[in-house]
Design a binder for this molecule. Sequence first.
Ligand code: ATP
Ligand code: MG
Length: 568
Amino acid sequence: MSDDAPARDFVRDIVEADRASGALEVVTRFPPEPNGYLHIGHVKSAALNFGIAAEYPEGRCYLRFDDTNPTRESEEYVESMKEDLRWLGFSWEGRLTHASDYFEDLFELALRLVRKGKAYVDDQGPEEIRASRGTLIEPGRESPSRQRATEENEDLLLRMRAGEFPEGSMVLRAKIDMASPNLNLRDPVMYRILHRPHQNTGRRWCIYPMYDWAHGQCDYFEGVTHSLCTLEFEDHRALYDWFLAALEVEPRPRQYEFARLNLDYTVLSKRTLIRLVDAGHVDGWDDPRMPTLRGMRRRGYPPAAIREFCRRIGVTRKDSVVEMGSLEHCVRAELDAAAPRAMCVMDPLKLVIVNYPEDREETLSAPNHPRNPEFGRRELPFSREIWIERADFMAEPAPGFFRLAPGREVRLRFAWLVTCIDYLCDDAGEVREVRCTYDPDTRGGSAPDGRKVKGALHWVCAKRSAAAEVRLFDRLFTVADPAASEDLISVLNPESRRVVPNALVEANLAEASPGAFYQFERQGYFCADAVDSAPGLPVFNRIVTLRDTWARRRQARPEPARSRPPGA
Ligand code: ATP
Ligand code: MG
């Protein structure tokens, strides 16, 4: 698919066909249940619903909170979902609704079904109802309540609403077919009694509609034309249609199903993610390793990259698992164009330039972006002592190692060519200082005689650099399909976060503003953590590496021990 081709998929084909046959409106809705934070799976649905509506001048998309279960829902989740959707760039001007806004209308429709003899109050307990539902090969048993007279059903439903009965004592059920091969049609429950306050309606209600009852009717109230949901609702479509037909309402919305997004090495389910948060396996919903929008935002994923990812994966009816690498590819592409460059040394080793005057300090200059001059330039302080990456020096260079080693000349990015003449070790035999000479004729990093060097090192000035903490992330789980493992916790990746406490960055990054992002040359893309950064001590999250090191690792081509970081 070319980069700006409009999305095409089977849902859009259906919408187009409906338009061609005279349908005037295109109305969709994105219906999250506020029982957790949004994850990237939700973006697939939001992008489809908001996206289609935006493609038609008279298209509308509602943001409708599906808040029919007061025991799990909260205002905190409602607010976070709105904020995350806004961050992604979706808008619903004046079309923010809740299933609970329609509780009164839903109740009216329920009474209508009762009066038509199509719903009844069942005073069997939850256990009996479950036991009499039957199985895939056995029909269910009809409840004795099924024969209750219409007037009595109406009376009982009104009294259920009035709060006369305890939780679990009765429910309202649709009267459909206890022998239907589709279990969803075996007299499904429409209302249950819950004496619980609701985040939107407070204590006004003590009976709450079930999802299947509320959803299609809310679609009808809002004039939704295409009700798009994920494949697990396919078997619910018959019930969706049954309610609308029994109520004889027009025009009727239609339900269409598409495959949900699955990403490897993570889980996309609020219910599962909440377990990780509550048990402290991650640092909250916004932990940068989480597949939530909060996590991705804190980690530094640009919203445009997430939208682009959703456009690329498309919408089909075929279940599949998308590689995390495809999302990272989109993040990299966006950041390559958008991120100013900087230098960061994670594991500092001192380099002393013996022929550089001790008292001299000067200021070099480097472009902030290699291809886009609009990013401008920045100043790079330089002095006799600088820090380089420990992994960029080998006293006894391994084959294929082209960076600094005794007798070898390399380039210091934007500075000079230097040649290693000596190195010093500590008592344990670890290198503690590398000594070099520099060639004063190579300012900017190129030699007038055109001689080439193979290695180019990033560095920071020892006199003027800033301390930083760097956090490196890896996959949250060790297996591609963690949801399939018996014990989710046992497949958490213990190395999913590595903290580098004593990194050094260019001095001007000491005050990096929260959320600011950079490419640290040769290291990857990084974002100043919005929660833990303090003035003078920034914390940088690695958003993504420069190349797909993960794919390389999986092909079981072991990286030579730290001798070739990405971009070397
Ligand atoms: P979860 O298990 O994470 O709570 P859900 O389907 O119960 O998922 P909802 O809040 O009901 O979450 O979802 C809102 C909308 O987003 C629904 O239309 C749902 O089908 C869709 N959605 C949820 N997860 C995905 C996913 N992984 N891929 C595509 N769409 C999804
Ligand atoms: Mg749900």
